[in-house]
Design a protein around this ligand. Structure first.
Ligand code: NDP
Length: 510
């Protein structure tokens, strides 16, 4: 096994943007292929210079007047300054949420709560383009993903849970479901609006009120959502949005007025949050990291599998907790599949997130780019073989080439640690048992993928995989009706589907 022979440093940014892409020939060669720029217009978004916190139905400044800047990761330019919540503001927000629960929301009949959720869903759809453009500007994800995945799915979660709001007695037959009270919700930067929807929609449907802290690098769509709450005439205090640093997130978690904590993010912070909640009667759900195995058997439809592998790891720059970051290929087809993958990689377009042709946008932050670069360097240093297509990267912004590692050993950091970037580690196996052992040989257990022609093999593999979600002959498919969550260090509790309601109710036998 050996690393890259020529330059063993991993490139971060290279030659100028706007150069030709290519069209794979199937023999490792590529014909240059010019794409005309197809930029999405930004003028649908009206950026304010300053954004406040959203507490008690109103926009307010932080108690100490503090702000922080949010940056467009594709240009490194400041988009806006956002109020930075303090523990005092957290206290205000939790009190507002408690009041709203006691005064109106907690006792509102389910069919009335449903009307608000339907209204929110409809407004999100009406303002979908605005949400999509803003999401791409603030997070770096390609517009085709925010437009076709994040925003429609976020709205779909509100539609779906609106349907449950007046049917809780059917979700929990023979028992009465009571709301828990105030839900503290902390979300990450990889799917800012979608994670908000995953958390807020079931909480409100079950009659809770919420205080939500978005990630510091992506607060803007959550604040646009605050605008939607006002437009929908949601009673003040039912939803409160408090951007601020991690420490402020902890003061939210440990606030005595909070009844339930829901967190999505790193395993490291998940552990801290579990400690913060320990010894209290607060409910807790944790959706943490992953290192999913995407397993391809020799009878799989290979071209379809290649698309699934690409979608599994390069979707959202690989900044996906359930990304298929470990490719397990049956040895007899490994060379063929890797050749096909390399061909496919040469056609991936990396660049301006707002260009409709872009497949891989900007990495969310400088810190994340540094983390990816460091881990990729460790792969080279430990002896894996690196492949990156010869694509041009923009001169400014946080970009990283789609990366593929072969000759990966299970002990390598790139096979064990969550990279959260467009980096695929390829391992091989001979028998289904070996595939199962390797797939489960991880501290995580969030998701997995299986590619095979045989239904019986799919069922066998699914029964053996320690992963919350297993996709068969597809990857990264999401649906509001389907529960999502992990085992082991990927956390506990389920979001989505009827299961997602469970975390937001106290059940009483009738
Ligand atoms: P974090 O886990 O730090 O961030 C997730 C959320 O938690 C953010 O809102 C963050 O706020 C908040 N937070 C940070 N510290 C605390 C704290 N002490 N108490 C309460 N809340 C806190 O993820 P990072 O952004 O640091 O990313 C690091 C790594 O985590 C990534 O490289 C990736 O591997 C993994 N990750 C996994 C995600 C997943 O979906 N499973 C999502 C994001 C990251 P703030 O933004 O202000 O720091």
């Amino acid at each position: 096994m050996h690393g890259m022979s020529t330059d063993a440093r991993v490139p971060v940014a290279a030659s100028p943007a706007g150069a030709a892409s290519s069209w794979g020939l199937g023999d490792g060669q590529a014909i240059p292929w010019e794409y005309a720029p197809a930029p999405e217009a930004r003028d649908i978004v009206t950026l304010k210079e300053r954004y406040g916190l959203f507490i008690g139905g109103r926009e307010v400044q932080a108690s100490d007047g503090g702000t922080f800047a949010t940056v467009d990761p594709a240009t490194e330019q400041v988009l806006a300054h956002v109020a930075k919540a303090t523990p005092q503001d957290i206290d205000k927000a939790v009190r507002a949420a408690r009041r709203a629960g006691a005064r109106s929301w907690g006792s509102l009949p389910g069919r009335e709560r449903a009307k608000y959720l339907f209204r929110i869903a409809r407004i999100m759809q009406e303002r979908a383009r605005e949400f999509a453009v803003l999401e791409s500007m603030d997070s770096g994800k390609p517009i085709k993903e925010s437009r076709d995945v994040d925003v429609p799915l976020a709205a779909a979660h509100f539609w779906y849970y609106a349907g449950w709001a007046d049917k809780l007695e059917y979700a929990f037959p023979g028992r009465t479901a009571h709301p828990l009270g105030v839900a503290a919700q902390i979300i990450p930067w990889n799917f800012p609006l979608l994670m908000l929807a995953w958390k807020i929609a079931p909480a409100l449907a079950a009659g809770n009120t919420v205080v939500l802290k978005p990630a510091s690098t992506t607060p803007l769509t959550a604040l646009l959502f605050a605008d939607v709450c006002q437009q929908a005439d949601l009673p003040p205090g039912v939803v409160n949005i408090v951007p601020g640093p991690g420490a402020v997130g902890m003061s939210l978690v440990t606030h005595r007025g909070v009844d339930k904590v829901a967190f999505t993010g790193s395993t490291e912070i998940g552990r801290l949050i579990a400690k913060g909640v320990a010894g209290t009667d607060k409910g807790l759900t944790l959706e943490l990291g992953g290192k999913a195995a995407n397993i391809v058997f020799d009878d799989a439809p290979l071209d379809q599998a290649v698309e699934g592998i690409v979608n599994g790891i390069y979707f959202n720059q690989g900044e996906v907790c359930c990304a298929g970051s470990r490719l397990l290929v049956q040895e007899s087809i490994a060379d063929t599949l890797i050749d096909k993958l390399k061909d496919r990689l040469s056609t991936i377009r990396v660049g301006d997130p707002l260009d409709k042709n872009t497949d891989v946008g900007a990495i969310n932050s400088k810190a994340q780019l540094e983390k990816i670069t460091e881990l990729v360097q460790s792969g080279v240093d430990e002896g894996a073989e690196l492949y990156q297509p010869a694509c041009d990267l923009p001169e400014r912004g946080y970009f990283f080439r789609p990366t593929l590692f072969t000759n990966v050993a299970q002990s390598h950091r790139i096979a064990r640690e969550e990279i959260f970037g467009p980096v695929l580690s390829v391992l091989t196996f001979r028998t289904p048992d070996e595939a199962i052992e390797k797939a489960n040989n991880t501290a995580y257990g969030l998701s997995a993928g299986i590619w095979t022609d045989k239904g019986s093999r799919i069922l066998h593999m699914v029964s053996k995989m320690r992963a919350g979600v297993v996709w068969a002959n597809t990857f990264n498919r999401f649906d509001p009706t389907s529960p999502f969550g992990g085992y082991k260090e990927s956390g506990f509790g389920r979001e989505g589907g009827m299961h997602g309601l469970y975390a937001y109710v106290r059940l009483e036998d009738r």
